[in-house]
Design a protein around this ligand. Structure first.
Ligand code: SF4
Length: 203
């Protein structure tokens, strides 16, 4: 049989394979937790994801094109999800952008109520992560942030807002530095979803 990460025999001899399988298990946790929450409020997972993203990010990212990239789905899928949210009065469409064909969205009061019921859907996972020691958390975070950046550089993960891909980021003599905040960044200060992030132009 062909070599496969998902072959338990192969995993026995290869730590990277075990890690990839572990990440796949964790992805399942997200799916399960999101589905449970979505069912409880009568929405689909992608509708909940759109609402939560909109609650915490600037409005110019809250449009069909960006949601499609952020959640790795097609634009028609996003448009359909937004149609339902609009019908349920959970979002407000803003057509004031220069491009009359596009719009961004904000949350209505009903949308904010739904956020209050769903924003913590990942708490069961957070509770387990909280149980690790500070050095364990820092080591895990360092690896995760590098992995996310590499996946983005290879085009597998279409969107990331980490320091490593930001135009304000600099690394000098092993020290991470943010030119916007004008301060060195310790490992645990590297951001994964920075509101000030601006993509580094490719050279
Ligand atoms: S602006 Fe944000 S993402 Fe960019 S380097 Fe500074 S902290 Fe990191």
């Amino acid at each position: 049989m062909n070599e496969s990460t998902f072959n338990p025999k192969q995993q026995e001899a290869n730590l990277s394979d075990k890690i990839v399988v572990g990440l796949e298990r964790i992805a399942e946790v997200f799916k399960v937790l999101l589905w449970e929450k979505a069912k409880s409020v009568g929405l689909s997972p992608i509708q909940i994801q759109i609402l939560i993203f909109t609650a915490y990010h600037k409005q110019d990212l809250c449009n069909v094109s960006h949601f499609a990239k952020e959640f790795n789905v097609t634009k028609p899928t996003i448009s359909d999800a937004i149609k339902v949210l609009d019908k349920k009065g959970m979002i407000i469409k803003d057509h004031s952008s220069a491009d009359s064909r596009s719009y961004s969205i904000t949350l209505s009061d009903v949308g904010h109520d739904i956020i209050a019921q769903t924003f913590n859907f990942s708490n069961p996972l957070k509770k387990q992560v909280d149980g690790f020691s500070q050095p364990e958390l820092e080591s895990l975070f360092e690896t995760l942030s590098q992995l996310i950046f590499k996946l983005n550089k290879n085009g597998i993960l279409r969107v990331q807002r980490t320091c490593f891909g930001c135009k304000y980021f600099e690394k000098n003599n092993g020290i991470n530095y943010c030119n916007l905040l004008q301060k060195p960044l310790e490992t645990n200060e590297i951001r994964l979803d920075c509101l000030e992030f601006e993509e580094k132009p490719s050279i």
